[in-house]
Design a protein around this ligand. Structure first.
Ligand code: HAM
Length: 421
């Protein structure tokens, strides 16, 4: 092989891809039930969009962006996240004129040049939601509850939310002066990255995975929240308690993106190891004006698709996944039309049917069905056509039965993958 996939990327295929689709469908079902509508923005954007919003001193911008010049010399970046693009699209399409809250959801690939490891990729996928247009903490509570409901859909009903408020520019004024002073005091204990962060944007020191002991000695933003921010935070906590959301206040959680104001949160899965954040989000009231729009409050989250897939069992329960995929083995050319007629009926009833027209020997066709992970094989030859019945083989149990043409659809409709004959 001369070419391999780029480091940190994955080929999604076979049963894993089927599970992936089913997960996407169920997650988008949850999002749609909350009134969120899909938005698709370009995979690449002008680099400045991310530099301005995610932040010049953030790890994403300084180390992780895939940036290139197009043939006209325009500087473009493969999106490392999708909150700034959604806000750009919202402003560019004049959606603020609709008034009220605009609720969007999206899914798709994101790109970050980070060191690949379990649960961390260079191309990964997010499903996210953004609610634009309201400053009331009720919408922060909705976003947090919605993100929890995604995991609840798959049976995770006791995940914990790590919650903080990172305040607004007003609260940060006095706090930043103090933070700089403290960082100067602990200068000798800081890593090279943090020495730089302390100069440019001291808040980003909290992103560091190595300077943990220093972080614990630093002043925390929640002690310096202005009246409006602390009231917002208190109301959010009351709403979460009202909905019995299990949350833990984490004053060191600032999240690695500069646009956050007030609410910041993450949902952690204890068994995921170092990359244990399933999902993260928060409020970003300054982002619209940073892009040249009016001041528009907004809040959202993104969930990592690969990490969700990781915590789910291989075999999901549910209608779509339980439906068997069917492989037709055709004995000779004369049987093709009958195979297509039967397949047509099954497809009309929403079954996946793969017809093997290769006319290879049965052993080879069976092997092909097995490597492609089909659940049932249906044999179609001259004799079957004469008798108007087919032989089915359940690939998991190896059991075979004969079913009339007429009853084929109802047979599969009643069975499901696990219905072993
Ligand atoms: P983020 O915390 O950078 O936030 O990413 C959100 C989620 O994406 C993470 O919790 C994780 O599950 C997944 N993720 C991030 N990086 C990787 C990676 N390299 N490999 C695999 N999964 C990854 C954002 O992106 C914000 N836009 C979230 C947001 C939306 N805030 C407000 N609205």
């Amino acid at each position: 092989m001369k070419f391999k996939k780029p480091r940190g990327t994955q080929d999604l295929l076979g049963k894993y891809m089927k599970k992936w689709r089913s997960v996407e469908e169920r997650v988008t079902g949850v999002l749609q039930r909350y009134g969120y509508r899909e938005i698709r923005t370009p995979i690449f954007e002008m680099s400045g969009l991310f530099v301005r919003t995610v932040g010049e001193s953030s790890d994403i911008v300084t180390k992780e962006m895939y940036t290139f010049n197009d043939k006209k010399g325009r500087k473009l970046t493969l999106r490392p996240e999708n909150t700034a693009p959604v806000m750009r699209a919202y402003l560019e399409n004049g959606l603020q004129r609709q008034g009220g809250i605009s609720r969007f959801y999206y899914m798709g690939p994101m790109f970050r040049y980070d060191r690949p490891q379990a649960g961390r990729y260079r191309q990964f996928h997010q499903i996210g939601a953004e609610a634009i247009g309201l400053s009331n903490p009720a919408i922060d509570a909705e976003i947090i509850k919605l993100s929890l409901d995604i995991y609840k859909e798959f049976g995770f009903s006791s995940l914990q939310v790590r919650l903080n408020s990172v305040g607004c520019m007003k609260c940060r004024g006095e706090y930043m002066i103090l933070l700089r002073e403290k960082l100067a005091e602990y200068k000798s204990e800081l890593c090279d990255d943090c020495l730089h962060r302390a100069e440019i944007n001291p808040f980003r020191v909290f992103d560091c995975k190595t300077c943990i002991s220093v972080k614990k000695k630093l002043p925390i933003i929640t002690d310096y929240l202005c009246g409006e921010c602390s009231e917002h935070f208190e109301e959010l906590c009351v709403s979460l308690e009202g909905m019995s959301v299990n949350y833990l206040l984490d004053p060191l959680l600032v999240r690695g993106l500069d646009y956050y104001t007030k609410t910041a949160y993450e949902i952690i899965h204890p068994e995921l190891g170092a990359q244990n954040a399933l999902c993260g989000g928060g409020r970003y009231d300054g982002l619209a004006s940073e892009l040249g729009g009016a001041s528009i409050p907004a809040v959202g989250f993104s969930a990592g698709m690969e990490r969700l897939m990781q915590i789910l069992p291989d075999e999901l329960e549910g209608k779509e996944v339980d439906r068997p995929d069917i492989y037709f083995i055709v004995f000779d050319d004369k049987c093709s039309i009958q195979a297509m007629i039967l397949a047509d009926k099954l497809r009309s009833a929403d079954f996946v049917v793969y017809i093997d027209f290769s006319m290879r020997n049965i052993k080879k066709q069976l092997k092909s069905a097995s490597v492609r992970e089909y659940d049932y094989v249906v044999f179609i030859g001259q004799k079957e056509i004469e008798d108007k019945e087919v032989t089915l083989k359940n690939m998991k149990s190896g059991n075979q039965v004969t079913v009339s043409f007429e009853k084929l659809v109802s047979y599969f409709s009643e069975k499901g993958v696990t219905g072993i004959e």
